[in-house]
Design a binder for this molecule. Structure first.
Ligand code: PEP
Ligand code: MG
Length: 556
């Protein structure tokens, strides 16, 4: 194995520590024939295991809150799925032990799910995790998951399941390294939220020997196996240097020659505001309002409740720009009252703006709440719609905003290639564009953003994605309107320079990335960013694009 490995750095900082692997071994219980007398007891054991695992997952969800809660609750429902449990009981009735019946019933269900299209196939990892938990409980062995350790360690995994990561102790986990996953995977999002360094998509990560000391650089994506004293010092020195540069850079986002690129924060609700202010965000570039709905058990919060939450965010940025995205439900964020339950392919179904146009009262309530929240505040409120496909979508959204009498600019997210390709026509209806590069990558490459096996397509350095960004930015410039980026692409400091070079007018990201982006942008002139952008677009792969931009930006 090479001593220096390279993956994608998704959470800044350096960690040096022993590699400890996530316990993912599949426990296959022996097949033993039970006697007729044992059947009732084994069936009862299976039911108890299902109840206990569901209760444990629900409790973990309650403790974790936020996005993780929804995922964990869905897993708790898998543990109690009536059809699965009926199958387990049937298998016990013909002579299986409880643990073997669980193992076999889940295997049958897994095969069904794995063959049922990419979206459901993405749930297989969650199902396996539930099976492992039930089997471990029945066998009386430790639960799979994060290793028990009193010493801090670097966690190694194929990818991380939300059930394991939601309750990680940040004082013990120095950093993450995963073999799969991309910048938008659970591992990456969690690492950034915990503020620990992380490298994802590292080939061979799961073959790193248990206990070997490794050095992880979450900025460059480099992992050094068994670093000697000199290499350790070098890793720490470059991390210190970056940290010092980050701390030295203050104020509004701009290139070294003063070209302004406002740096805004992505927030999911009032709870994210303190970190955004601390990082010096100039406003909010993406307020993901669906979390108010998801956190509320998937029901529609009243206008009064919505008004209160919106106002708290608006008040935090007096004179600042706050871009509120109207409810983006569906696909990976389904809401029972809005999302059709019978779509074979929810990512291509009625989601985002499509859901709202089929339930206009939900959109009207949201706009009403926003209007009330902004009353009397000196804030620049802007609203935007997710998943806009074409000019007709943009017109429909702008019309509802006008009818609601909202004194806010209306804009649209560019998340579908169709909207980027026809950005000028879309801009005839609205005032601004905001590029959602996470979904734009998903739909450009037909690659589910939740699926580890296709995560290489989630790399926002893909030249095809850069082309679509350039098209959108050029269209906005021609129309005299703005075009920001609010997808994860904006949080990669070097890519942020490339985006500025492509003509993007603002960058919005999770608060923890903001100081790094500010510092990097301040190191280069606009002309240098433009050269890096041209060099990246002239390549044929994400890897080459990264290398080409690095050559331009570090050769200066
Ligand atoms: C995106 O798709 O890039 C985006 C910002 O929206 P979300 O990640 O919430 O889908
Ligand atoms: Mg999106």
């Amino acid at each position: 194995m090479d001593r220096t490995l390279r993956g994608a750095g998704v959470s800044h900082g350096v960690a040096i520590g022993a590699a400890r692997h996530m316990g993912t071994a599949v426990l296959e219980p022996p097949a033993r024939q039970i006697t007729t007398d044992e059947i009732p007891r084994e069936q009862q054991r299976a039911r108890q295991a299902s109840d206990a695992v569901a209760a444990d997952l629900t409790a973990r969800g309650n403790l974790a809150g936020g996005e993780a809660q929804g995922v964990l609750e869905a897993q708790a429902m898998m543990a109690q799925d009536p059809e699965l449990l009926a199958d387990v009981e049937r298998r016990v009735a013909v002579g299986s032990t409880a643990e073997r019946a669980v193992f076999d019933a889940f295997a049958a269900y897994r095969a069904l799910l794995a063959g049922a299209g990419e979206y459901l196939a993405g749930r297989v990892a969650d199902l396996d995790d539930v099976r492992n938990r039930m089997v471990a409980r029945l066998l009386g062995v430790p639960m799979p998951g994060v290793p028990d350790s009193d010493e801090p360690f670097v966690l190694i995994a194929r990818d991380l399941a939300p059930a394991d990561t939601a309750l990680l102790d940040p004082t013990l986990v120095l950093g993450f390294v995963t073999e799969e996953g991309g910048p938008t995977s659970h591992s990456a999002i969690l690492a950034r939220a915990l503020g620990v360094p992380a490298v994802v998509a590292l080939p061979g990560a799961t073959r790193l020997p248990e206990g070997t000391v490794i050095g992880v650089d979450g900025s460059t994506g480099e992992v050094v196996v068994g670093p000697d004293a000199g290499e350790r010092a070098e890793l720490l020195r470059s991390a210190e240097e970056r940290k010092a540069a980050v701390e030295a850079a203050r104020g509004p986002g701009a290139t070294s020659d003063g070209h302004k690129v406002p740096l805004l924060a992505n927030v999911g609700g009032p709870g994210d505001v303190p970190a955004a202010l601390e990082a010096g965000a100039e406003g909010v570039g993406l307020f993901r309002t669906e979390f108010l709905f998801l956190d509320d058990g998937g029901r529609e919060p009243s206008v009064r409740e919505q008004t209160a939450a919106y106002r708290q965010v608006l008040e935090a940025f007096p004179e600042g720009r706050v871009v509120v995205r109207v409810l983006d439900a569906g696909a990976d964020k389904p809401l029972d009252f809005l999302t059709p339950g019978d779509e074979p392919n929810p990512a291509l179904g009625v989601r985002g703006l499509r859901s709202l146009l089929s339930h206009p009262e939900v959109l009207r309530n949201q706009l009403l709440a926003l209007a009330k929240a902004a009353e009397g505040l000196p804030v620049y409120l802007e609203v935007m719609a997710p998943m806009v496909a074409d000019r007709a979508d943009a017109r429909a959204f702008a019309e509802v905003c006008r009818e609601a009498g909202l004194l806010a600019k209306a804009g649209v997210m560019v998340e579908l290639p169709s909207a980027a390709l026809r950005a000028r026509s879309v801009l005839q209806e609205v005032e601004f564009l905001s590029l959602g590069t996470n979904d734009l990558a998903q739909y450009t490459f037909a690659a589910d953003r939740q699926l580890g096996s296709v995560s290489r397509f989630q790399d926002p350095w893909q030249p095809a994605l850069l082309d679509l960004v350039a098209l959108s930015a050029e269209a906005a410039a021609a129309e005299g309107k703005s075009c920001g980026v609010c997808g994860e692409a904006a949080s990669d400091p070097m890519l942020a320079c490339v985006l500025a070079g492509l003509g993007v007018t603002s960058l919005s990201m999770g608060a923890s990335a903001l100081p790094y982006v500010r510092a990097r942008l301040a190191k280069h002139t606009l002309a240098q960013c433009e050269r890096a952008a041209a060099a990246a677009r002239a390549t044929e792969s994400a890897e080459e694009a990264r290398t080409a931009a690095r050559a331009v930006l570090s050769g200066e």
